[in-house]
Design a protein around this ligand. Structure first.
Ligand SMILES: [Zn+2]
Ligand SMILES: [Zn+2]
Length: 258
């Protein structure tokens, strides 16, 4: 007798046989247990991506009150930025770094759901209600997608867009496939400035564009992507990032290429 095993059943069985363990404390059940997840959420801060100073979470909260149409949500007014708002889940370390690395390099898809939930928690709500929001994943190098078998930023963007009722568009594509790893910060900025182009020319100046990437180190890639959108006419450009490197690590770490 033949049994037809549905894919979902198979995954369900696999989960029972090899349950995930929490990347924070090791408890069995999920890639991140509720306790560790809440720890990350409760310790979230606004971090300026340039000077890396931290501020209380959503220090721009007053601009989010109903009726206030101030759309400039920058956390740090000492640093110039193309982004009108920047939201990050946390520093690139510990359990957060493990989750990102396993999603990206080992294609552990369960990490994507958890990271999406954390991203969702880090982005304020009222400002984006009743507006057209377009989430754009920073394009991954084609060679990397093929070797890893997964486009991790696109997956996160899809999941986050579903969760918030936004559109996800692959509005940017890579103009070249230069790998940044191993070069110094100055060279990386120069390379990144030519890295992206619009994949189709439909920018609505009244839409809200949120660029998504997993890691911010020098920020060269995200800045380059934001410049392309700005030159094409986008006025409201924001950024959402899973993890940000501490300033002292920038020159020692590869600017992890999307
Ligand atoms: Zn845990
Ligand atoms: Zn700053």
């Amino acid at each position: 007798m033949n049994f037809v095993v549905k894919n979902t059943t198979r995954w369900g069985l696999l989960d029972l046989l090899c349950p995930h363990s929490c990347r924070g404390c090791g408890v069995l059940g999920a890639v991140l247990c509720d306790r560790c997840k809440n720890y990350i959420i409760q310790n979230q801060k606004d971090i300026c991506p340039y000077c890396r100073r931290t501020f209380g979470r959503h220090s721009t909260q007053q601009s989010l009150l109903p009726g206030n149409d101030n759309l400039d949500l920058r956390v740090c007014h000492d640093c110039d930025s193309t982004f009108k708002g920047f939201w990050v889940v946390g520093w690139r370390e510990g359990m957060l770094a493990k989750l990102v690395s396993e999603l990206k390099y080992q294609s552990v898809r369960a990490c994507a759901d958890t990271l999406t939930e954390l991203l969702d928690q880090s982005i304020p709500r009222p400002i984006f209600e009743e507006r057209e929001v377009i989430l754009i994943p920073l394009p991954t190098i084609g060679k990397h997608i093929r070797s890893r078998g997964l486009d991790h930023t696109k997956l996160l963007a899809k999941k986050l867009a579903n969760r918030r009722g936004w559109k996800m568009q692959t509005l940017l594509r890579r103009a070249n496939d230069t790998v940044q790893v191993g070069t110094n910060a100055t060279k990386r900025v120069a390379q990144a400035s030519k890295a992206y182009e619009l994949s189709y020319a439909t920018i609505n100046p009244n839409s809200y564009y949120i660029l998504l990437d997993d890691v911010w180190t020098t920020g060269a890639s995200m800045q380059a992507a934001a410049s392309v959108l700005k030159q094409a006419g986008a006025k409201y450009i924001y950024a959402t990032i899973v993890e940000i490197g501490r300033l002292k690590n920038i020159d020692n770490e590869a600017d992890v290429e999307p």
